[in-house]
Design a protein. Structure first.
Length: 70
């Protein structure tokens, strides 16, 4: 896998910990790769608040999907 960057902290990562994908029925999609550090932070936030706290990248990904941009 080529070097990716974490969608939350934007640091380069060689291996992703969490892969999130948003896709509409037409097939437009947006992927995000999350590093282990940010993945653990999301997990801890989820356990503390009892629901997963998603960063603003999801809103941007949805906007890109709705606009039909990859």
């Amino acid at each position: 896998m080529s070097e990716q960057s974490c969608e939350i902290c934007r640091r380069p990562i060689n291996e992703w910990f969490l892969h999130l994908a948003v896709e509409d029925r037409a097939g437009f999609s947006q992927d995000a790769f999350i590093c282990a550090n940010c993945g653990v932070k999301l997990r801890l936030a989820s356990e503390k608040n009892r629901d997963l706290q998603i960063d603003p990248w999801l809103h941007e990904a949805l906007a890109r999907v709705l606009k039909g941009k990859e």
